[in-house]
Design a protein around this ligand. Structure first.
Ligand code: MV4
Length: 446
């Protein structure tokens, strides 16, 4: 096992990883920008290294600074968290060249899944259901027209270097197509410095269902069920829950095993999530995230499986601690992302937190780097806390969520807590009838 780990992240996820290290008896090194000198992850670590000024590019994305921090502290491994350098294959290669372990998958798998065309081809080759569309790049209007005539409108144009909803254009009929291809390619070029696009049939009202997997370096892999992440706004997830209302035990086994079988064939190791769209009782591969995800705690709550500890164990070449048969799913869990934002407009609301009181009691978990007196800097993601609630069933889970939201005190800045209190009063949420468009179509019009 590693003796010392460097955490190349900030905020709640750095705190989450620090806790896993402490549970495992591993020494910790935090890195921080000058804007984060008073941050919780700095106070909690055994050692901390300043890696640059506030802008992410100069600190949390600064590879030479982070490698230097490993060298001066003697850290043997880096946990990247999510975002920042977590899916950067060249970072992994540079760490390895310095004999530093990356707590995550191999760089080849990060590369494959980061190229959305290659990811889709790989998924299809190894047996995952994919959305009908171009089999690869679409070069121009004529190319696009013939594919669109085959699969029928509406279609969606996606950037191969995109992901997470960036660089997509929906096309409703052939009249819009030529203009749309040009726009998609030029936007992809501007955003990702790569104008490669592909086409899929556009699914109109899907749910977003993702499957958590984890595999070791010996070919063992398990799935930990699904998460329903359909509650989103402008590609930002707001609330995640497991199990999904629409997935029964048989369907969970089916998609979980299908996902594991495919990823075993490519010898994937580490934690990963395969995202699917789910419509008319069918799954369609969307993309794979080769990292720990924000919403991993809901899976931990219902499986009693510590994903971060297992990531660390696997990276140090231990075997997976459990078989699929050891994994059971108990009860229900919901996570709300508490953002420093206006609850109506979702405009960022950074500033000083005068008073922070997290809820507690049975079935309530808060993952956060926040405390009374901290100043939320404007340079990073606006998520300040995750409220994760557990209950024996969905109803009791929702009841506890209501109790916890009421107990949650954040003064000095605006947060999205009132938004969740509003959602809890909605019939469509209470009976689980919501898809990926629900917040934008419904919640923003009441
Ligand atoms: C789609 C789609 C409908 N049809 N692909 C958004 C995130 C990115 N990974 C792909 N996304 C979508 N791909 C087809 N063929 C709808 C979306 C989509 C979406 C998916 C999941 C969660 C939220 C979303 C919001 C807008 C669009």
């Amino acid at each position: 096992m590693f003796e010392k780990i460097l955490i190349a992240n900030r905020g709640e996820i750095a705190v989450r990883i620090l806790r896993a290290c402490k549970d495992l008896g591993i020494q910790t090194v935090s890195v921080y920008s000058t804007a984060d000198k008073d941050a919780m992850h700095v106070k909690m670590a055994d050692e901390s290294v300043c890696i640059g000024p506030p802008q992410s590019k100069e600190s949390y994305l600064n590879i030479p600074s982070i490698i230097a921090a490993c060298e001066v502290s003697g850290a043997e491994a880096v946990h990247p968290g999510y975002g920042f350098l977590s899916e950067n294959a060249s970072f992994v290669e540079k760490l390895n060249a310095h004999n530093i372990n990356f707590i995550g998958p191999k760089s080849d798998h990060i590369k494959t899944m980061g190229d959305k065309i290659l990811a889709k081809k790989t998924a299809e080759k190894y047996g995952l259901p994919v959305i009908p569309g171009s089999n690869g790049e679409v070069k121009d209007f004529k190319d696009a027209r013939s594919i669109a005539r085959d699969i029928g409108y509406p279609i969606i144009i996606k950037a191969s270097a995109g992901g997470g909803g960036r660089g997509m254009v929906v096309v409703r009929n052939e009249k819009e197509l030529e203009e749309s291809i040009k726009r998609a390619k030029s936007e992809a070029d501007k955003s990702f410095d790569n104008d490669t696009v592909y086409i899929e049939k556009y699914l109109q009202n899907p749910k977003h269902i993702e499957v958590q997997i984890i595999g070791d370096n010996y070919g063992n892999m398990i799935h930990l069920g699904e998460r329903d992440c359909s509650m989103q706004r402008r590609n930002q997830k707001l609330l995640e829950e497991t199990p999904s209302k629409i997935i029964n035990e048989k369907t969970r086994d089916y998609i979980g095993n299908l996902t594991v079988d495919a990823l075993k064939k490519i010898k994937y190791s580490g934690a990963g999530t395969v995202e699917y769209l789910f419509e008319n009782n069918e799954f369609y591969f969307m993309e794979m995230n080769t990292r720990l995800q924000v919403e991993h705690p809901v899976t931990e709550e219902i499986t009693n499986f510590d994903l971060v500890k297992e990531q660390i164990r696997i990276a140090s070449n231990s075997k997976l601690s459990k078989n699929q048969d050891d994994i059971n799913f108990y009860g229900h869990s919901i996570e709300c992302r508490v953002n420093a934002e206006d609850p109506e407009s979702f405009m960022p609301s950074p500033g000083k937190v005068i008073n922070f009181h997290a809820p507690g009691g049975p079935g309530v978990r808060v993952d956060s780097g926040c405390y009374s007196g901290i100043t939320i800097p404007p340079y990073y993601d606006s998520m300040i806390a995750k409220l994760i609630v557990y209950g024996e069933n969905r109803e009791s889970c929702i009841a506890r969520l209501e109790r916890a939201l009421e107990e949650f005190v954040v003064e000095g800045i605006k947060t999205t807590i009132p938004f969740y209190q509003k959602i809890l009063k909605e019939e469509s949420f209470l009976n689980g009838n919501y898809d990926i468009h629900w917040v934008e179509n419904y919640m923003e019009n009441i």
